[in-house]
Design a protein around this ligand. Structure first.
Ligand code: GCB
Length: 564
């Protein structure tokens, strides 16, 4: 298959892109400062001359590159670099695209600020202070000791900060295609919609080509519905091929090209009944993991080496899916899932309803064209056992359904079936549970019974597909003991095995639609008495080497999947 969705590279015969991924000048303000850089207009100065200036690679998190005060920095940091912008670019529009910033940033059409044909200074100010508006949510407290402050995220992962994903200058034609959505189902029905900025065009050409480049469909309108007879379907790996088509939109003025974009997509339908998820009408049992997009030194930064290692290991285990715990992952990864046939649940989260709606809108808007994404998760472990959770989530589910009626909606629950106010709103129930770890640690003998009973209860209450979206135990790599003891690799293996006994029974009884271990690989968290330099529930170490549990899962996932 093609290596990467061309649209994600964003470069083609009508568009130019300049990658800004290397070393930037870097300055931090004192912790918790009010933004001296704005008061003193640092964007007008060469910050590399400041006494505390250093350099920072992009993309990267800044936390693990220097000292303790930078690791735990809370507040403003400044990135800067200079770029020559050729005069010919003044004919178009220039955007700066920051794929991901943790946390605050504004992305702009910077055309009006550029001096074309000259060197231009680009300054990015970032504030990483967590609040109830950020992802993860968190807060900052005074420690009571001198003027020290302490920031803590409410979720179990380290809040890596900085310019975390690629930064690019996009040189687009003055009139250009600004957004698109493509829906294509297993019957060959195709619906597409595009919007355009500017009016300098006279004609539109839409073509759909198959993987060999054969034209299968054409149209002269931005928006439309068409049909392809007998399309090659997009299947998750182990069920078939993840076949991709390409939709090309060309804007023409008389006969000269104004703009063009190409997007890969797949024909496939996801549906569900009272107990199972169906992919193109066939039973799809999802087997995979929760993940994090993070690694040593670079933190949550995009890294194609890491991405490739991770997705190769996903395939090595025989898994067919994962969940993007607990935030949308890089666009590069989404394109790779499509190419490899790895099915994905995309998750977002917030805790203020209006903001939550914005997150849902932007997540669906960014990722909707990916055939590998089969479900949207609107949150992880909200307080679903309080009454207020129902009126909080009802409009969110409604919004997600209206934006995308083709995919099921879930919220990953931690509530129990007897005290839950959210499950009734969802198409698929996902829940996290840690028998043998947070519940009854050391009591391996009861895990099969406890998890079997709970899944049966969810099933009875809701009669819809149930996925256990997290279960597992910590294993410090290399720690062994027989008989098994908490925190050893043996103990982690036994916890998983006991769950599998119940899962196999539930599968036979058609009460389980999927199973996902927490977690794919060890990852960094905040410092805590319950975390030994991070969370060690990984099947793989943080360096992506297998623990005993990875071999167990590989055996299970490779034997349970069937080709057809
Ligand atoms: C959970 C959370 C996940 C944690 C995990 C754990 O339920 O969803 O973010 O890392 O438990 O290991 O405690």
């Amino acid at each position: 298959g093609r290596k990467m969705d061309e649209e994600k590279k964003m470069e083609n015969e009508a568009r130019e892109v300049r990658q800004l991924n290397d070393l930037w000048s870097f300055v931090r303000e004192p912790c918790n400062s009010i933004g001296y850089g704005f008061l003193h207009e640092w964007f007008r100065q060469d910050i590399s001359r400041f006494h505390n200036a250093t350099v920072m690679p992009v993309p990267s998190a800044f936390n693990d590159l220097e000292d303790l005060s930078l690791r735990d920095h809370v507040g403003w940091v400044w990135y800067q670099r200079s770029e020559f912008i050729p005069a010919r670019m003044s004919k178009g529009r220039t955007y700066i695209r920051l794929d991901s910033v943790n946390y605050y940033a504004k992305v702009l059409d910077i055309t009006q600020f550029i001096v074309f044909g000259q060197k231009n200074r680009i300054t990015v100010a970032i504030n990483n202070t967590l609040s109830h508006h950020t992802l993860p949510q968190g807060d900052v407290k005074a420690t009571g000791y001198q003027d020290h402050i302490y920031q803590r995220g409410f979720m179990d992962f380290f809040s890596y900060s900085g310019l975390l994903r690629p930064v690019r200058l996009l040189f687009l034609p003055k009139t250009h295609i600004s957004s698109q959505s493509i829906t294509a189902d297993a019957k060959g029905i195709l619906t597409f919609a595009h919007s355009v900025i500017g009016t300098g065009y006279s004609k539109v050409e839409v073509t759909v080509t198959d993987a060999e480049g054969e034209v299968e469909y054409t149209s002269d309108s931005f928006n439309g519905t068409g049909k392809i007879s007998k399309p090659h379907l997009w299947w998750p790996r182990n069920m078939g091929k993840p076949y991709l088509y390409t939709l090309t939109v060309r804007l023409l003025s008389n006969s000269s090209l104004v703009d063009v974009i190409r997007t890969q997509f797949g024909f496939r339908s996801v549906s569900w009944d009272h107990s199972q998820i169906l992919w193109n009408g066939k039973h799809f049992h999802c087997q995979g993991f929760g993940m994090h997009e993070e690694y040593e030194v670079r933190g949550r930064a995009f890294d194609s080496v890491l991405m490739t290692r991770d997705l190769n290991l996903v395939e090595w285990t025989g898994a067919n899916c994962y969940r993007t715990g607990h935030y949308p992952y890089s666009e590069e990864r989404m394109a790779e899932n499509d190419r490899r046939g790895i099915a994905v649940i995309v998750e977002t989260a917030a805790e203020i309803q209006n903001l939550h709606m914005d997150y849902i809108r932007s997540t669906i808007d960014r990722d909707r064209n990916h055939p590998s994404i089969f479900m949207w998760s609107l949150a992880n472990e909200p307080s679903a056992s309080i009454k207020e959770a129902n009126p909080y989530f009802a409009p969110l589910v409604k919004l997600a359904k209206s934006l995308d009626p083709t995919r099921p909606i879930t919220v990953v629950l931690a509530s129990s079936p007897s005290s839950d106010y959210v499950g009734g709103l969802l198409d698929v129930i996902c829940f996290n549970r840690y028998y043998g770890w947070y519940s009854n640690i050391g009591q391996l003998y009861r895990i099969e019974h406890d998890i079997y009973n709970e899944i049966s209860m969810w099933n009875k209450k809701f009669s819809r597909p149930i996925i256990i979206s997290e279960y597992g135990a910590e294993a410090i790599p290399g720690m062994h003991k027989d008989p098994p003891f908490a925190f050893t690799e043996e103990y982690q293996v036994e916890v998983l095995k006991e769950h599998h006994k119940a899962f196999d029974r539930l599968k036979k009884e058609k009460k389980l639609a999927g199973e996902m271990v927490w977690v794919f690989a060890d990852f960094m968290t905040v410092q805590d008495t319950t975390r030994v330099v991070g969370n060690h529930k990984g099947l793989f170490t943080r360096q992506r080497e297998p623990k005993m549990s990875a071999h167990l899962i590989r055996k299970r996932y490779s034997s349970n999947t069937s080709r057809h």
